[in-house]
Design a protein around this ligand. Sequence first.
Ligand SMILES: NC(=O)c1ccc[n+]([C@@H]2O[C@H](COP(=O)([O-])OP(=O)(O)OC[C@H]3O[C@@H](n4cnc5c(N)ncnc54)[C@H](OP(=O)(O)O)[C@@H]3O)[C@@H](O)[C@H]2O)c1
Length: 328
Amino acid sequence: MLSFLCSLPILVQIGLLIVGVLGCIKIYLKMTMGICTSTKKLSGKTVIITGANTGIGKETAIDLAKRGARVILACRDLKKAAIAKDDIIRESRNKNVFVRQLDLASLKSVRKFAAEILKSELRLDILINNAGCATIEKKLTEDGLEVQMQSNHFGHFLLTNLLLGLLKKSAPSRIIHVSSVAHAMTKTLDLNNLNSELSYNTGTVYYYSKLSQVLCTRHLAPLISSSGVTVNCLHPGAVETEIFRNAPSWFKMIAAVCFPLFFKSAKEGAQTTIHLAVADEVANITGEYFSDCKVAKTSKLANDVGLAKKLWEVSETFVNLKPEERHF
Ligand SMILES: NC(=O)c1ccc[n+]([C@@H]2O[C@H](COP(=O)([O-])OP(=O)(O)OC[C@H]3O[C@@H](n4cnc5c(N)ncnc54)[C@H](OP(=O)(O)O)[C@@H]3O)[C@@H](O)[C@H]2O)c1
């Protein structure tokens, strides 16, 4: 075999070596991928998933609808959401799937969404803060906050606080933040530059927003530890979705080659979220960060309780959280 390979032209040998290495990486990635093995049913349970019209959120919705949950798709674009809703109902054979409008980049929209939920829903068992975006230029929202920070962190922060009372009433219940390993790509979190007040860098804003989700998970967990509500966050893996839709075209070209080779499918990327939503073995775990359905290490900064407390307080100010909206 070896002498046959050596007799091949050098370029063919190099080609075969590259294919072999890529194949091994792919097999390794498949073997280490976390898969939710729970068969738990969710009949009688209500779930909200933000950003559920595509990607990881949509696959999460399909899975939880298959388990019998009442699933509320919290989406900003009602046309996209209606198409997703039809797909989810068709795939899950569960008609208990509903759309409600939510634009996380608008505090008014978050408040309106939460008010409607509090009026219409008797219970909320699982809140999945999944929506997220990666933008490439600085843009402030109508609230004067940086759009990536508001969509990924501040919007979910306000939503979680507004729905915490209902989650407590429905306990045992779960809050899940879809964060990212990107939280570890910043060595600092400048609380004076959360909305790019001093300087702007697209990557840094994304890292800040994902780190903020981990820090707020850590901070909230002990505050609600006796309520029966758990709060955890996760990294879904590198997943082939629309998350890089705003990236430059050279990046998209590289991604077109790399995504099928190294990235998880959206269904695979949804596994850790689903695990945190349904698995019995995580029922009493709170304040943790998961990856591939297992507790994983965060950056040192993400364990800084003092920073987490300060970030929580600053976030309360930015979203104008009223004292009566604090549910702990
Ligand atoms: N894909 C990855 O490799 C990866 C890795 C680590 C973490 N994540 C995280 O995983 C989560 C899901 O992302 P994905 O990969 O599934 O990306 P995706 O396919 O782009 O889905 C993102 C979802 O978020 C929604 N969204 C964005 N901004 C919103 C806003 N202001 N208000 C309401 N909804 C908004 C999008 O709605 P529209 O369709 O209307 O834009 C879409 O439904 C994100 O939090 C992301 O940061 C992804």
